[in-house]
Design a protein around this ligand. Structure first.
Ligand code: BES
Ligand code: MN
Ligand code: ZN
Length: 495
């Protein structure tokens, strides 16, 4: 799908759908691009209350009397004043309505919302959501002859955004578009099944991203190299599977070579059966999503390739498959991590932290400005925060604050949880420097504390996306979170 921006008044248009925002309180509802009779019709619809006054309420009006416009979509902006959350709602329902109308093209008159708080931000979010809403999983086309319901194959292809003036808007809309593309990359990798999206597949995808963009370079370490580096915690997970574990490194140099990089580290467990501490059967298929952290790194790097900001970013992906087998790690096994710290593996299903801890140690060589790891790390995070906010833990207050604020501004929110000695104590082991689990209480925090021990030499934040990376049930699909948060955090660092 394509989003086009035009900065002159709407005139002489032909469109299958014109989107107009209606502020119920406005003195007059007259649109220069519409005929008198059409304006009159709209005014009477609004007057008699057909649209309603809840922000985001929509009204679809099919037209037959106008030769140039097939339909109008009215979107209520409610009564003044509208806060940022309501503005987000208005955009979300506009995008949803466009998807359900089955129109091929649309024109959106942004001038109708230019009084909203953070208008520029809202336009960026609109562009992002238009692109993201067009995502469809199409790798294994369903056999249409077996589908009873004929689905309209009309897909939204072009959306033109009209606004008068404001040159900086174009820049922000480009950001939104690139973020949308990144979100779709993350969704697609997440949705791919475990038999396709293996560690090797992720490495191939990363390689192809890098080969298409000159500021990018690629590397992937296989198990032999990981062994040489003493990454035994990482290898203890990978060894239960015939799929080779891979540490994937994507370097983007947009700034000076000497500038310290921002490093993103994604958990890339391409399937998590739990290992010998086998998971129960129901919903185990969803553990193909255990690489959504890695997918968000790929999505974010894709957006970097499109926007080319003046910063250095390194994306690292710790990819492995966690399966039970004759070669798998067992509860009670002790491994020596790359850092030298010994770990007693009390539960092989707490594998994410084992691949991530060695990756964190590996990352030290980059002398990073900031490291952010992204992981579907704990079921406990869903208990704590549900499916609305990602968990955030950090050893740096400023970094945490920045991520919280960026999250709010792009509707990809995070909530900070504490770290600290009291929780770290839960990880004590009788036989090694630490255990890989801390018992039932505060499972998300003890996982964060485990990682914190390997992130002492840099500014670090950990995002637990177990509850936000995908949706279950009828809507089962990856969400592409937290690509919007990561892209916009990084862009805020490029001057
Ligand atoms: N990938 C899972 C976490 C997860 C579970 C995310 C369900 C989303 C939905 C992770 O590897 C895991 O299994 N964690 C264990 C940790 C426990 C053994 C301490 C968990 O959450 O049960
Ligand atoms: Mn697990
Ligand atoms: Zn896992």
């Amino acid at each position: 799908m394509e989003v086009i921006v035009k900065s002159h008044p709407i005139e002489n248009i032909t469109s299958s759908c014109l989107v107009l925002f209606i502020n119920i309180n406005a003195a007059d509802h007259t649109f220069a691009c519409l005929s008198n009779s059409c304006n009159e019709m709209l005014r009477s619809l609004i007057k008699r209350g057909d649209l309603g006054n809840k922000p985001g309420k929509t009204l679809h009006i099919p037209l037959s009397m106008m030769k140039d416009i097939d339909r109008i979509l009215l979107v209520s902006t409610g009564r003044d004043p509208v806060d940022f959350k309501a503005a987000i709602k208005i955009i979300d329902s506009t995008v949803n309505a466009l998807q359900t109308i089955h129109t091929e093209d649309a024109i959106i008159d942004l001038n109708g919302i230019n009084y909203l708080p953070d208008f520029a931000n809202i336009c960026q979010y609109l562009a992002q959501q238009l692109i993201a809403s067009s995502y469809k999983f199409s790798h294994f086309n369903k056999n249409t002859t077996h589908n009873q319901e004929p689905v309209s194959d009309k897909k939204l292809q072009t959306v033109t955004l009209f606004h008068s003036g404001q040159d900086q808007l174009n820049e922000l809309i480009s950001r939104g578009i690139a973020t949308g593309h990144g979100i779709n990359v993350a969704k697609d990798l997440g949705n791919l099944p475990g038999n396709v999206c293996t560690p090797t597949y992720l490495a191939e995808e990363a390689k192809s991203l890098c080969s298409k963009n000159s500021a990018f370079s690629f590397d992937a370490l296989g198990e032999k190299q990981l062994k040489k580096l003493n990454m035994n915690a990482f290898l203890s997970v990978a060894k239960g599977s015939v799929e080779e574990g891979k540490l994937i490194i994507i370097e983007y140099q947009g700034g000076e070579k000497t500038e310290a990089p921002y490093v993103l580290l994604g958990k890339g467990i391409t399937f998590d059966a739990g290992g010998i501490s086998l998971k129960p059967g129901p919903k185990m298929d969803e553990m193909k999503y255990d690489m959504c952290g890695a997918a968000s790194v790929m999505g974010t790097m894709t957006a970097m390739a499109e926007l080319k900001p003046a910063i250095n970013v390194i994306g690292v992906i710790a990819a492995a498959e966690n399966l039970p087998s004759g070669g798998a790690s067992k509860p009670g096994d002790i491994v020596t991590s790359m850092s030298g710290r010994t770990i007693e593996i009390l539960n092989t299903d707490a594998e994410g932290r084992l691949v991530l801890c060695d990756a964190l140690t590996y990352i030290e060589q980059f002398k990073p400005q900031v490291v952010i790891d992204i992981a579907t790390l704990t079921g406990a995070c869903i208990v704590a925060l549900g499916h609305h906010m990602s968990g955030l833990m950090s050893n740096n207050d400023k970094l945490a604050e920045e991520l919280i604020n960026t999250g709010k501004s792009v509707n990809d929110t995070v909530w900070r949880l504490p770290l600290g000695e009291l929780y770290t104590k839960q990880l004590e082991s009788n036989f090694a420097d630490c255990a890989n689990i801390g018992g039932p209480p505060a499972g998300t925090i003890t996982a964060g504390c485990f990682l914190a021990q390997f992130a002492e030499t840099f500014n670090w934040a950990h995002l637990d996306i177990a509850g936000t990376a995908w949706k279950s049930g009828k809507e089962k699909s990856a969400t592409g979170r937290p690509v919007a948060l990561l892209v916009n955090y990084l862009l805020s660092k490029a001057v």
